[in-house]
Design a protein around this ligand. Sequence first.
Ligand SMILES: [Zn+2]
Length: 330
Amino acid sequence: MDQKKYTITTSSWKYNFMIIKKSLILSFMLTPFTILSQDCSEINKKRVTRLQADIITLASNEMEGREPGTNGEIKARDYIISRMQEIGLKPKGTDGFIQAFTYSEGDAAIQAHNVVGFIDNDAEKTVVITAHYDHLGYGGSGSKYKEPSQIHNGADDNASGTAALLELAHLIKNNNIKEHNNFLFIAFSAEEKGLLGSKYYVMNPSLNLNEINYVLNMDMLGRMEPGMALTVEGLGSSLIWESSLKEIECDAFPLTLKKRENGPSDHAPFYEAGIPALHFWTGKHDDYHKPSDDAEKINFRAESQIISFIEALILLIDSKGKVNFHLREK
Ligand SMILES: [Zn+2]
């Protein structure tokens, strides 16, 4: 045996071991942080305060129920833009953060506005996070309330999801992690008119659809009660979802997992376009589509925990590459 060679081999082994050791130490250093950020039971007071501010503002009478084509929609749109700017998102609409589109209602042409912001991590794929911000205005055909018209504030539906979208943007922007994905945040309008904002976006995307890794949609996250489950739908859209969701340790609430990929919210048009998509919600209630869907009925602390759960999912699958689409046999 060549002694010199042996020495070199030994030292290169030593060197490799040092690298392995260093990366082990690094991963130990990172692990507690990852576990902490995945502990969804913990209540983050600052987060609760931000959620309260966003939901109370969006569900205030000043926004008049955020119906597309009204001043209330414009006020809500501009509030979301100002929050996205404050968080530090890049505009990714067609006119800054705005993507305007028109639809007809009877003889009238209504202009509505999606709001689109971006976190660029120089990655190949982009995770799309969505929530609609429009609601029923003063009622109309979508209302379950049969008395004279009143403002439908839509605190749960869907100021709660919009606030969660802004909070996830804040978390991802400020977590000091450069994820392996970019993140696109879309607050849709005209969901209540038949998913018009998300259908329009999928037909007129501001990035190439095949760059999208997967979609997470949030519609009604505000009415968690003790013992209630968080419902996650769309598990049929990829085989990765069920095991990933079950991997997240979270004692705060149980999960109800559903395969249904094309349920009635903004994730459905993405699924139809061949993109894996999940939908999160806390379920229907007596105030659903009524003027009584107000901010004081929101469980902000539970919503904060749900956001931690969604954040944990994003981080868990971040380094796993493209989430493969699965088309369920009918
Ligand atoms: Zn909704």
